[in-house]
Design a protein around this ligand. Structure first.
Ligand code: ZN
Ligand code: ZN
Ligand code: ZN
Length: 368
């Protein structure tokens, strides 16, 4: 097995015990994919993995999903209990949890549908439910070598997609055309699928999550390209700001500041460093140049099976970085109604510093 699901299940059970929880209910989504390699959609029919501090985990699936569950890596890992249409699955969860007498606390996946949460609350009237991320986020945040390999492959595929768009050119095309080209390049470069593409030209660049639309990319426009896909479930996410033709001096200057801010953040990364210090490093450079109020978001977010996950590189997060953590470093400056500049790369915390997974050049590229 490429990924160590057995070890993950064991550590999840240990952490469940340490957190004083009587069990954790994991529903479809990144938690389930992480623990057992099974990724069905979240549906009105309940699928739930029950992790217990003592005893083996149990997967509860609808009868008709059983063949699919067995075909996944968890087939040889777990006991499976099924329920049929017309029956109530929530009682099965209760018996799998074996709730102690009196009150108890359980974790439940952050992304579980409210309809399931409410039904489970009725079934376990004396239980307190809390987000499973309290147990699972610290496990998921430290990537093992297999996960880092997938993130590195995704980063390098994103680098290639960027290289292709630079050679093809974007002038005279609409943002949406460029977005679909990039989406194709992402898959052709090795991603299993495209996750998102932002193409924000000229004044649209001042909105960090601009939705690409009909604006035609013009000469001298700075253009923010932010895109990512997935390989084996793991995400890429990179941003480059380019210009069509010669960049106005102001754009060059601001790009230089953002680049220095990013470099300062890279330098700040290392084991034991509080996450907020990395944000501070980038922000200080931008503030010193007088653009502090236009750096309107945190410096980065963790990345793995989700595009955005802990650790968040943000003021107030004192959590010390640990080897194996992976996150984006993406400072930006956004001048309302004029333009924006952002540069984003994915880094991994190593035993003695940092490794940047993206290799694509970071200079302000001039493309046709
Ligand atoms: Zn974003
Ligand atoms: Zn991004
Ligand atoms: Zn990002």
């Amino acid at each position: 097995m490429l990924l160590d699901h057995q070890g993950r299940l064991r550590r999840a059970a240990e952490r469940t015990a340490e957190a004083g929880l009587a069990g954790v209910i994991v529903t479809p989504g990144p938690d389930l994919l992480y623990l057992v390699g099974y990724d069905p959609p979240q549906l009105e029919r309940l699928t739930a993995l029950v992790v217990r501090p003592m005893g083996d985990p149990i997967l509860i699936v609808p009868d008709l999903e059983r063949p699919r569950a067995l075909a996944s890596p968890l087939g040889d890992l777990l006991e499976i209990a099924t329920w049929s249409d017309g029956a109530e699955p929530y009682g099965l969860v209760r018996s799998a949890l074996r709730p102690p007498e009196g009150s108890a606390r359980f974790g439940i996946s952050d992304r579980t549908w409210a309809s399931h949460v409410i039904a489970l609350q009725r079934e376990l009237p004396h239980a307190g439910l809390e987000p499973a991320s309290s147990v699972l986020a610290p496990l998921r945040a430290r990537k093992d070598p297999g996960e880092i390999r997938l993130l590195a492959r995704a980063a390098s595929a994103a680098d290639h997609a960027y290289g292709r768009i630079r050679r093809t050119g974007i002038a005279g095309r609409t943002e949406s055309e460029v977005a679909s080209m990039l989406a194709r390049h992402l898959v052709e470069a090795g991603h299993d699928s495209t996750a998102f593409v932002i193409v924000a030209s000229g004044p649209n660049g001042s909105s960090p999550h601009h939705e690409p639309a009909g604006r035609i990319i013009d000469a001298r426009d700075p253009v923010v390209l932010d895109f990512g896909g997935r390989i084996g479930g793991y995400c890429s996410d990179m941003t480059r700001t380019v210009t069509v033709g010669d960049a106005p001096e102001e754009v060059q200057e601001i790009h230089g500041i953002v680049r220095r801010a990013q470099a300062a953040a890279f330098d700040a990364v290392g084991p034991g460093v509080p996450a907020e210090d990395v944000d501070r490093a980038a922000r200080t450079v931008i503030e010193d140049h007088g653009y502090g109020e236009w750096f309107i978001h945190r410096t980065g977010h963790g990345i793995g099976l989700e595009e955005h996950e802990p650790p968040y590189i943000v003021r107030g997060n004192r959590e010390p970085l640990q080897p194996g953590m992976t996150f984006s470093v993406e400072p930006g400056i956004y001048l309302p109604e004029r333009f924006g500049v952002r540069i984003e790369d994915i880094v991994v915390v190593t035993e003695d510093g940092v490794e940047v997974l993206n290799q694509a050049p970071r200079e302000l590229a001039r493309i046709g």
